[in-house]
Design a binder for this molecule. Structure first.
Ligand SMILES: [Zn+2]
Length: 254
């Protein structure tokens, strides 16, 4: 069976059975990203959350037969006021063998505070040569993406360290550089496998597919389902392999 990598999930809010299903359908590795399972009102909650991802989610993966790797960071939808403490603590986690990236970060409500939080995490990614996952919101996606591109220019981080995530057919044209481009198969909140397949067919970018499996409705089979659909509409074999496996392996250095 050909391997797949699900490049963006939140396994701490999913069942063991979901992990098993992923292993059964040929998903070799899954990246579980930090998010906001609670209000994240104080930095300590985040530190415990990161600890859980690193020490528990990786073990659950091992038990289910799928390799779980971790992204640590502060999510724009929930973070404490004194987030500077998290920025100071974050590098301590980079040496852990299970940590492969910073994330997910990004912009959601587009506040100045959020922009600064993103900027500081991008500086860490640049200084420590760590891949970073940058979220774009469902609402105001274009506006947020334009702002993110400006911040990337300001930080001067290398393109190959960045994945801009949750891109769709309305925003793909705005990606004017060689960053990794995340496509999230999570209808109706995000795009479906048809939209993702058409984008991959029609554009030449470093695409990375994921399910964003989390607390909302999502598809455990997002990767195999999209792969099947890409075959059906005649997407080149090379592009199928890159978007379902190779690019994620390269980006996260798995
Ligand atoms: Zn997510």
């Amino acid at each position: 069976m050909v391997s797949l990598i699900d490049a963006h999930t939140h396994l701490d809010v999913r069942s063991f059975e979901d992990l098993e299903k992923m292993a059964l359908c040929g998903i070799e590795a899954v990246i579980t990203c930090a998010h906001d399972p609670y209000k994240m009102s104080v930095p300590e909650v985040y530190l415990d959350h990161w600890d859980r991802l690193i020490n528990l989610e990786t073990k659950r993966g091992e038990m289910a037969g799928v390799d779980v790797k971790v992204a640590v960071g502060a999510h724009p939808m929930g973070y404490p006021k004194n987030w500077d403490i998290l920025i100071k603590k974050l590098p301590e986690f980079f040496d852990n063998e299970n940590v492969v990236a910073i994330g997910e970060t990004g912009l959601h409500y587009l506040t100045d505070d959020e922009k600064n939080l993103l900027k500081e995490q991008l500086y860490l990614a640049k200084d420590y040569n760590m891949p970073i996952i940058v979220h774009t919101p469902e609402k105001n996606k274009k506006e947020a993406l334009i702002e993110i591109l400006k911040i990337l220019d300001e930080v001067k981080i290398k393109d190959n360290l960045v994945m801009i995530d949750h891109i769709n057919k309305d925003t793909i044209n705005l990606i004017d550089r060689d960053v990794y481009v995340g496509l999230t198969i999570q209808p109706p909140l995000k795009i479906d496998c048809k939209e993702a397949s058409e984008i991959i067919k029609n554009y030449d970018k470093k695409f990375i597919l994921s399910s964003d499996l989390g607390s909302l409705k999502a598809d455990v089979y997002a990767l195999p389902r999209t792969k099947l659909y890409m075959k059906k509409i005649g997407v080149e074999e090379d592009k199928i392999g890159s978007s379902t496996y190779k690019n994620a392996k390269e980006f996260y250095r798995l």
